[in-house]
Write a protein that binds this ligand. Structure first.
Ligand code: G3P
Length: 217
């Protein structure tokens, strides 16, 4: 399973990238706003740092303008994936941009039928939002499973990019049901390393190291 980092914070991306944990990056207008940076400038910096796909989202809502923005975004670097919303216009833009050979990430997906349309429009990635479905008492993970089944039934090559991930459990469940990619905030990815028994075991070892004055160097 590939790990994308869901942020526009350069330092956080660099830290995970140095560990080989970053297969790509996803951004969106809210993350760009949070970074306080110019979208083109920060996206270029991310592309210089990371070799995998970097999703940059259009801001227009009609197909022609989305296509024009997508063509500008892909000039930033070869690893740009143009992110478009799952609207009828977004699907039109997806069809044109993917037909031109560009990677397209169709975002704001909340149903399996939407995911089916995105695959038929040639999406490279479909981004179903788990957390926001859970927020309204629906089952985000069930959507990931449904899309996986449907894509496998028909051999669609669109990658299932599980988004709106809020917890380590979300990532583990995505791996279990076969999401191709997860995108998560840096803190959630780092939290995968945590276990209370690891902390407890290390504390016991440290006590014994001190008691026995064990030294290696
Ligand atoms: O990739 C989409 C993601 O950023 C949305 O996450 O937590 O705002 O629902 P969230």
């Amino acid at each position: 399973m590939k790990f994308f980092v869901d942020t526009a914070e350069i330092d956080a991306i660099a830290e995970l990238n140095d560990l080989g944990m970053v297969d790509g990056v996803t951004t969106n207008p809210s993350l760009i706003k949070k970074s306080g940076r110019d979208i083109l400038e920060v996206t270029k910096e991310i592309c210089d740092l990371v070799s995998g796909p970097v999703s940059a989202e259009v801001v227009a809502t009609d197909a022609d303008a989305m296509i024009a923005e997508g063509r500008k975004l892909v000039e930033i670097a070869e690893n740009i994936a143009v992110k478009v919303p799952l609207t009828w216009d977004g699907l039109k833009a997806c069809k044109v941009l993917s037909g031109e050979g560009h990677m397209v990430n169709v975002t704001l997906c909340f149903s399996a039928n939407q995911a089916l349309l995105a695959a038929k429009a040639g999406a490279t990635f479909i981004s179903p939002f788990i957390g926001r479905l859970d927020d309204i008492a629906l089952d985000g993970m069930e959507l990931i499973e449904d899309i996986r089944t449907i894509y496998d039934n028909y051999g669609f090559e669109t990658e299932v990019l599980a988004a709106s991930i809020r917890s380590a459990n979300h990532i583990q469940d995505c791996a279990r049901v076969g999401a191709d990619v997860i995108t998560a905030p840096p803190a959630v990815i780092k939290s995968l390393a945590n276990h209370p028994l690891t902390d407890k075991g290390l504390a016991a070892f440290l006590a014994d190291i001190e008691a026995a004055n064990i030294k290696i160097l």
